[in-house]
Design a binder for this molecule. Structure first.
Ligand code: FES
Ligand SMILES: [Fe+2]
Length: 336
């Protein structure tokens, strides 16, 4: 996992107001719950007293109460009440669980996986999606998130995996693709053509006016969009569950229809079509071994794989930035 990043972990609508929920994300068991004003909290789902799952508890006075012995925790992860010690008892600093910084917008929830002192103000999002309507499909994949992301950066597979859908037309010859990385945003431009048996593919720097080509974008660590038109996009968040599992949050966005009923119908039909396409991918990606990719691994990549090569390379660069130590960033002792 790349450290010091905002990760999309789920959708806002998954966390109601009444009860905490339990999720597994980034190889951690987490609980998420809301205070009465809607403020969302995310913390480790393991009580610091004797290890019970906090998500089985309830929300009391804007704290979460452990179901075992009633310890109450604030959204900052600190214990606010130990009933057995009385309301007047002084609570030591060591009584806390790890809490995460949370950002919620666009119907999505991000958590900061990293040092709190290094946090960036807010996560990146494809801002122009904010005014568009969407519907979501969530699909669990038994694969490392790197494979799921690379599948959406793969322009070579289209005529084979998606022969009956977006890859129809047998455009097997891959010009470029042109890959532009600006910071943590990768944009890649697709120019697949029919193979007449005489043409060799153009190198990326031989493609004129590439900005006019169809393009897709990925932003580290885990969001992507397929820029179909100004008014129609597909968005995905690749949410790491653990080293072998990923949840793909796939959204189709559109703004060409605003009439409520028609909008719902079109969003629903777009969702169905995206499910078909995603299932075509899933059938293959789940067979890939190893489940996780690296810069140096036993694969023979080709020019058409340039977006994947760039993804792996920069991911590796980000991975070499400070990584979590064995100790906790809150207590400094590894107790939570
Ligand atoms: S295990 Fe949570 S209060 Fe005891
Ligand atoms: Fe695909």
């Amino acid at each position: 996992m790349i450290f010091n990043q905002w990760y999309v972990i789920l959708e806002s609508r998954e966390v109601g107001k009444k009860k905490p929920i339990k999720v597994r994300r980034l190889s951690q068991n987490l609980t998420l719950w809301r205070e009465s004003n809607g403020k969302l909290n995310c913390m480790s789902d393991r009580c610091c007293h004797r290890g019970a799952s906090l998500s089985g508890g309830k929300i009391v006075d804007n704290n979460i109460e452990c179901p075992f012995h009633g310890f109450q925790f604030g959204g900052d992860g600190k214990v606010k009440l130990i009933p057995a010690n009385g309301k007047n008892a002084v609570i030591p600093e060591s009584q806390h669980v790890h809490s995460y910084l949370v950002y919620e917008n666009y119907g999505l929830v991000w958590i900061w996986y990293g040092d709190k002192s290094q946090v960036t103000e807010k996560p990146f999002f494809f801002e122009d999606l904010a005014d568009m309507s969407y519907s979501t499909f969530i699909d669990p994949w038994n694969s490392h998130y790197s494979r799921c992301i690379e599948n959406q950066l793969d322009v070579v597979h289209l005529p084979f995996v998606h022969k009956t859908t977006i890859g129809a037309g047998n455009k097997t010859l891959v010009n470029g693709p042109v890959v532009v990385r600006e910071g943590e945003l990768i944009t890649f431009y697709v120019d697949n053509i029919l193979d007449d048996g005489k043409t060799t593919p153009l190198k990326p720097d031989e493609i004129p006016d590439y900005e006019k080509l169809f393009h897709l974008q990925f932003h580290y660590p885990n969001i992507w969009q397929n820029f179909i038109t100004d008014k129609m996009r597909i968005f995905a968040a690749f949410v790491p569950v653990d080293e072998e599992n990923t949840l793909i949050y796939l959204r189709n966005y559109q703004s060409f229809l605003r009439v409520p009923v028609l909008k719902e119908i079109v969003n629903y039909l777009m969702k169905l079509s995206n499910i078909v396409i995603l299932r075509q991918d899933k059938r293959i990606v789940l067979t890939q071994i190893p489940k996780k990719t690296e810069v140096k691994m036993d694969e023979r990549l080709i020019m058409g794989d340039k977006p994947i090569i760039e993804y792996r390379k920069h991911r590796q660069e980000l991975m070499t930035s400070p990584q979590p130590s064995e100790t906790c960033h809150t207590c400094g002792k590894g107790e939570c």
